[in-house]
Each structure stands twice: as structure tokens, then as C-alpha cells.
Design a protein around this ligand. Structure first.
Ligand SMILES: [Zn+2]
Ligand SMILES: [Zn+2]
Length: 191
């Protein structure tokens, strides 16, 4: 008996096939869109931004950074009193956060560099190196405020920001590496 081969196609089979085909087509379209987006980005072009009303009608927006189509809720957006979309950010919340973090990190590093360079010129030997072990490895260096006897003596991100914003106040900072700085504090607390 070869009954299996002569199986009658039901409406359900047909629907299932259609669903699979539709999904494949959708995936293909999404792939093509992302490829086009990648190409545009490499050329330094931006994706075409739809108007807020078009975006609201569609319910989704394309992120300029990751190129993905995402629901409006995944973008920072402003609505008027009647609930109409007025403004929507070109990048999704995830990409936006990434970009902010990146910018903050760059600013932070720049401020640290400015402070270390400025205050090292005011030390006795005028050099950017640990005044104790003489290491010159920039990543290891920190400003050290010996008025404090604890970890507060070691400058952090907030301190560097303040120093730059207050135009380098007259504070007698030492330049130390983290190793020597912690040793210093350790000795102080033992006393
Ligand atoms: Zn994104
Ligand atoms: Zn040192």
C-alpha cells in the first residue's frame, strides 16, 4: 500500500505553506534592507528618515545606528496632547545609550589627561611620572591629594571633571601610581 504518497492536501497544509513562504519573504526583505543600510553607512550616508506621522502609522521606526526596525516604544519620542507623534530620535534607546556611554568615556579620559598634565607641571620634578616609583605608564597614574588619609586621596572621574570645570584650582597634588598611592594610604592608616 502506498497511501502516504497519495495524501490529499488539506486547506491547513496550504495555509501552513503560505505562512512559511511569507515568513521567508519577510526575512529576505529584512536581510536586503539591512545590507542596503550597511552599504549606505559605509558610504557615510544616512537612512531616509520618515516623517513622524508615517512612523506613527507604521508603528515602527528604523534605527540609524543598528539599522533594525523597532517599535516606537524602543525610541525616545515626544507626543503632543492628542497623542500624535511630534519628534522621534533617529537611534533606538539601546544604541543611544551605547553612544552616550562612549562619549562620556572619551570626555572622562580627556579630563583625566588634562588634569594629570596640568598638575604634573606644578610638581617638583615637573614630570608626568609616579613621584615614588618613577613609573611613567600613563594608565597607572593618578592625582593624589595627601590631605586625605583614605581612598579619597586618590582622584576619580568626578574629581577630574570638577578640576577642569573650576579651571584647575590651586591644590597641591602629588602624581602617584595606583600601587604607590594605595601603599601610602595603607601606611597612613597604620599609624
Ligand atoms: Zn539601534
Ligand atoms: Zn609608583
Amino acid at each position: 500500500m502506498k497511501r502516504k504518497k497519495n495524501k490529499v492536501r488539506t486547506l491547513g497544509d496550504h495555509e501552513r505553506e503560505l505562512r512559511i513562504r511569507d515568513k521567508k519573504l519577510e526575512e529576505e526583505a529584512e536581510k536586503q534592507r539591512l545590507a542596503l543600510y550597511d552599504k549606505k553607512r559605509k558610504e557615510g550616508k544616512r537612512l531616509k528618515q520618515n516623517s513622524p506621522s508615517t512612523i506613527q502609522k507604521r508603528g515602527t521606526n528604523y534605527c540609524q545606528d543598528c539599522g533594525k526596525e523597532k517599535p516606537i516604544a524602543e525610541f525616545y519620542a515626544y507626543f503632543d496632547d492628542f497623542g500624535a507623534l511630534i519628534k522621534i530620535f533617529p537611534t533606538c534607546k539601546i544604541c543611544d545609550r551605547k553612544r552616550h556611554r562612549g562619549n562620556r568615556l572619551i570626555i572622562m579620559q580627556e579630563q583625566r589627561k588634562l588634569c594629570l598634565e596640568y598638575y604634573s607641571k606644578r610638581t617638583k620634578n615637573k614630570q608626568l611620572r609616579c613621584s615614588s616609583c618613577k613609573t611613567k605608564t600613563f594608565e597607572l597614574l593618578t592625582l593624589f591629594d595627601s590631605r586625605y588619609k583614605n581612598n579619597k586621596a586618590i582622584a576619580d572621574e568626578k574629581i577630574y571633571r570638577k578640576l577642569v570645570n573650576f579651571n584647575y584650582p590651586d591644590i597641591k597634588y602629588k602624581i602617584l601610581c595606583y600601587n604607590c598611592a594605595f601603599q601610602h594610604i595603607h601606611q597612613e592608616t597604620k599609624r
